[in-house]
Design a protein around this ligand. Structure first.
Ligand code: LRH
Ligand code: MN
Ligand code: MN
Length: 404
């Protein structure tokens, strides 16, 4: 490994890449995993129960701790309420910290109660809107109890047919609810507003795209930013352009990483379109180098939002995390000065080559070296599979906690 690395390092240094700086950046890069990615989940056709799936939030956290143990870059876990509802969040905080982890984003769930059949915060019934707002306020309390600073908001609100709802009434109800939430949040908390263009509403969704999420976030003010879930755009959308635009406006708050072939497929990150993932990181790295966007770029919450229908959950999560890290490492190797020069000179093919060639670099020797320096096994997946944890998990039996 280390001989391979020396050759690799020499080649990068010849190109003028500051390899030590790249290594430091990779070491400080973190990505959050979702509690719901460890439990049973599926499609609307079937949830296949897997043996060994966590029976409680505490067991989900134990699984998340394994992902962190072998990758070294996943110290926080997002929770979804009420999927992860417990009586004592102080106990959750203590247990999480005992595992060397932290609770990350708190996600209010506004789509599973029967009351939400016609929407939550955009429901025509004011009592249901109130209930939805109260649930978000409860999540602010939970965030305080677990010492989280992020409320991650996704609304399943939408309609199935023309005429079913009044777009502008619903827009006002959304705005009012977000304002109530804003007033209840501490100054150092952020709300990340996620958009999605369809599903479960198939005619319209109340926050359908980044422009609507951006408009709400701008009206709310400094505590609100936009969350980009990679599975929530129409096919062919240039997601990296959206990322650069929001970053430049100071409104890019976070990501839900996953991958898709067709719809909101929630597949392993980078499994279908690794080039798109790399191009997104290319914008983020460029943003972090620019004084205008540096602060926003450095505070972006990187989160995975993935569900595993047929694949074993902990290895699937490790695969996603490693794919994210790989895309980030490649983006750090883009020669930005050369790229700028070629862009300004109208060198179309030359500029495209700078970006593509960074993507083509094999970063395995680099990542192996970084892991060695972090005291980790060079191949986290292999180390995890050899650890015996997958077998030990089976003692939990079948019928764990999943989507309810
Ligand atoms: C909606 C979504 C949202 C939810 C999660 C379970 O499709 O991406 O982030 O909270 O899935
Ligand atoms: Mn999401
Ligand atoms: Mn989704």
């Amino acid at each position: 490994m280390s001989k391979g690395y020396e050759v690799w390092e020499e080649r990068q240094m010849e190109k003028g890449i500051d390899v030590e700086r790249v290594k430091e950046k990779i070491k400080s890069f973190k990505v959050e995993t979702p509690s719901w990615g460890y439990g049973d989940s599926g499609t609307r056709f079937k949830v296949f129960k897997q043996a060994g799936v966590p029976r409680s939030l505490f067991e989900k956290l134990e699984d998340a701790a394994q992902v962190h143990k072998y990758t070294g870059i996943c110290p926080s876990v997002a929770i979804h309420i009420p999927w992860d509802k417990v009586d004592d969040y102080g106990e959750v905080k203590e247990f999480t910290e005992s595992l060397g982890l932290k609770i990350g984003a708190v996600n209010p769930n506004l789509f599973q109660d029967d009351d939400y059949k016609f929407g939550s915060v955009c429901n025509a019934n004011p009592e249901i809107r109130k209930k939805a707002v109260n649930h978000m306020l409860e999540c602010v309390e939970i965030a305080r109890a677990v010492d989280s600073k992020i409320l991650s908001l996704w609304f399943a609100d939408g309609t199935n047919y023309p005429g079913q709802g009044d777009f502008r009434d619903r827009k006002h109800w959304m705005q009012e609810s977000l304002a109530e939430l804003d007033a209840a949040m501490d100054d150092d908390m952020r709300m990340l507003i996620e958009y999605k263009f369809y599903e479960p509403g198939f005619y319209h969704t109340d926050i359908a795209d980044w422009g609507m999420a951006y408009t709400f976030a701008t009206k709310i003010g400094k505590k609100a930013q936009v969350l980009v879930d990679l599975g929530h755009h129409p096919q062919g959308t240039n997601v990296e352009h959206i990322v650069a635009f929001l970053l430049d406006e100071g409104k890019l708050g976070g990501f839900h990483f996953n991958n898709r072939k067709y719809g909101d497929d929630d597949l392993i990150v980078g499994s279908i379109n690794p080039y798109e993932l790399f191009l997104i990181f290319n914008e983020l790295v460029a943003g972090a180098c620019d004084p205008w966007t540096k602060e926003t770029a450095e505070n972006v919450a990187y989160m995975i939002d993935q569900s595993h229908n047929i694949e074993p959950k902990v290895p699937a999560m490790i695969r996603s995390v490693l794919n994210v890290q790989t895309a980030y490492a490649k983006a750090l190797l883009v020669d930005r000065e050369l790229l700028k020069e070629r862009q300004l000179n109208g060198d179309v093919l030359g500029a495209e080559a700078v970006v593509r060639e960074a993507f083509e670099i094999d970063v395995r020797p680099l990542l192996g070296k970084v892991r060695e320096e972090m005291g980790l096994a060079p191949d986290p997946m292999k180390a995890y599979l050899e650890s015996g944890y997958e077998q030990k998990k089976l003692e939990r039996g079948i019928g764990g906690k999943g989507w309810e």
